[in-house]
Design a protein around this ligand. Structure first.
Ligand SMILES: Cc1cc2nc3c(=O)[nH]c(=O)nc-3n(C[C@H](O)[C@H](O)[C@H](O)COP(=O)(O)OP(=O)(O)OC[C@H]3O[C@@H](n4cnc5c(N)ncnc54)[C@H](O)[C@@H]3O)c2cc1C
Length: 440
């Protein structure tokens, strides 16, 4: 059985296509022989930022994409730009995993990352409904209150602009029910992630990056003259190749594919809210993500749709299951929705690459061939800011050791990968039970 994550070039059901501020440009597919200073594979947030920053530093860059720009996780995520690690991972835990120097450097990258993403959007005039209205991590249970308190206190000690919130503060800001406290970082916010990908691709092109779409890479070799990356009948020769193919790598590069678990997620969007719901829900347009394993998060899009989701339960009618779960969760969080006759509209799915540590890594595949991935649910921030750092490395501005993540010098598969990759599609009901029992 193949565990390849299918590449959907149409972004089926993705709500972001309804509010695009950037044009969908067609890029040719790779034919014949090309030469570059750097070849980047994968046109998601990571690959686009590697290409952009390497080109900005003067490299001649080619970017190869199997489907369409933004067609992977980057164009179909929730668009939450979060200045924090996944879940309740605190800076001290990250320092334990990476050591004090890299751990601190990664924490700095993350805590300043959301702001850096908004600044880059501004710098290049990318039209992606960017709203820096703040992000909230509320607590839904006693167990989660303790965890979010610890995370808040650590970020505060780190010098981050964070504020503790009482239950009343959370209710004021979100108008959501059931939260007993939380914290906020005002540098977070939301984007239309597909529009952002299209805008980044436009900027890349203006900096001279040659983008080839519908060009799935199927080979990479190093010879005495550098690296040759092939996609069908096309080939690119360059001194360095970097793969940013995330959970969409498929079977072609098992070392990359198996270094992360492809977690299968879905999102839904309501029709634009109206009446009392439109007036009261997220009145300041902040976004929030709690610690529920079965999904407790919400944001509005630029037309006032409420967007949330969870993990796909890939058994039976997965769309019907996901819609039912999301509808119940939205009504639980926002009881006023029941009165306004809530209707769900869009539903879409995508794969998110998660590592054992919930932190991304760089994997060496050859002397000058690397892959970068494993951004978990924080790619809007981290895949972009780490992409920038990796682009600067490719341009020779910093060394490999200055990239503040684990550098895997040889293949390191996630333990029990075949089991975990399958379990990720069937575990959702267990998460729901753990949430209901207050264990998360
Ligand atoms: C439903 C969902 C919701 C999410 N919500 C959020 C959120 O709100 N906030 C947040 O921060 N993160 C979120 N995430 C995670 C975030 O989307 C990812 O961490 C991030 O997009 C990863 O970016 P990337 O560039 O590494 O990968 P991707 O965007 O997946 O890009 C990889 C690209 O590589 C291409 N590719 C693969 N194989 C080949 C090949 N052989 N040749 C050429 N190209 C290839 C793919 O087609 C794809 O376009 C979510 C993820 C999902 C799925």
């Amino acid at each position: 059985m193949t565990m390849a994550s299918p590449i959907d070039t149409t972004l089926q059901g993705v709500v972001w296509k309804k509010t695009l501020g950037e044009e969908v440009l067609d890029h040719p597919h790779l034919r014949g022989e090309e030469v570059a200073d750097l070849v980047v594979v994968g046109a998601g947030f990571c690959g686009l930022n590697i290409a952009l920053h390497a080109a900005k530093a003067g490299l001649n860059v080619i970017l190869l994409e199997a489907g369409r720009v933004g067609g992977g996780a980057s164009g179909r995520n929730g668009g939450y730009n979060v200045p924090h690690f996944p879940g309740a991972l605190a800076p001290s835990a990250v320092e334990k995993i990476l050591g004090p120097k890299k751990g601190r450097a990664l924490a700095e990258l993350v805590v300043n990352g959301a702001d850096a993403v908004f600044r880059q959007i501004d710098e290049y005039g990318i039209s992606c409904s960017a709203e820096q209205k703040g992000w909230v991590q509320p607590a839904h249970s006693d167990a989660s209150l303790q965890k979010v308190r610890k995370v808040h206190d650590e970020w505060k000690a780190f010098g981050a602009k964070v504020d503790w919130m009482s239950a009343a503060d959370v209710a004021d800001v979100l108008d959501a029910s059931g939260y007993i406290g939380g914290w906020t970082n005002p540098t977070g916010g939301t984007v239309n992630p597909y529009s952002l990908c299209l805008g980044l691709a436009r900027v890349c092109t203006s900096l001279g990056v040659r983008i080839f779409e519908n060009s799935p890479v199927d080979g990479v070799i190093e010879d005495g003259d550098g690296t040759v990356v092939s996609a069908g009948k096309g080939r690119v020769r360059a001194p360095m190749a970097i793969f940013a193919t995330n959970a969409y790598t498929g079977d072609f590069l098992p070392a990359v594919q198996r270094s992360v678990v492809p977690v299968y997620l879905y999102h839904v969007a309501t029709k634009p809210l109206h009446g009392e719901a439109a007036r009261t829900i997220l009145p300041g347009r902040q976004c929030f993500t709690d610690l529920r394993k079965s999904g407790g998060f919400g944001r509005l899009d630029s037309d006032g749709r409420l967007i949330s989701g969870g993990a796909v339960f890939a058994f039976g009618n997965k769309e019907a299951y996901g819609r039912r779960h999301a509808l119940n969760r939205m009504k639980l969080l926002f009881p006023q929705l029941a009165k306004s006759g809530l209707e769900l509209d869009d539903y879409w799915e995508g794969y998110c690459a998660v590592t054992d540590t919930f932190l991304p890594h760089v994997l060496r595949l050859g002397s000058n061939v690397f892959s970068v991935g494993g951004f978990s649910t924080r790619g809007v921030n981290l895949a972009q800011v780490l992409g920038r750092v990796v682009g600067e490395f490719a341009a020779g501005k910093i060394g490999l050791e200055d990239i503040p993540v684990d550098l895997l010098d040889e293949r390191r598969d996630v333990a029990y990968w075949p089991i975990k990759a399958r379990a990720a599609r069937y575990i959702f009901p267990i998460y729901q039970i753990r949430d209901r029992l207050g264990l998360t």
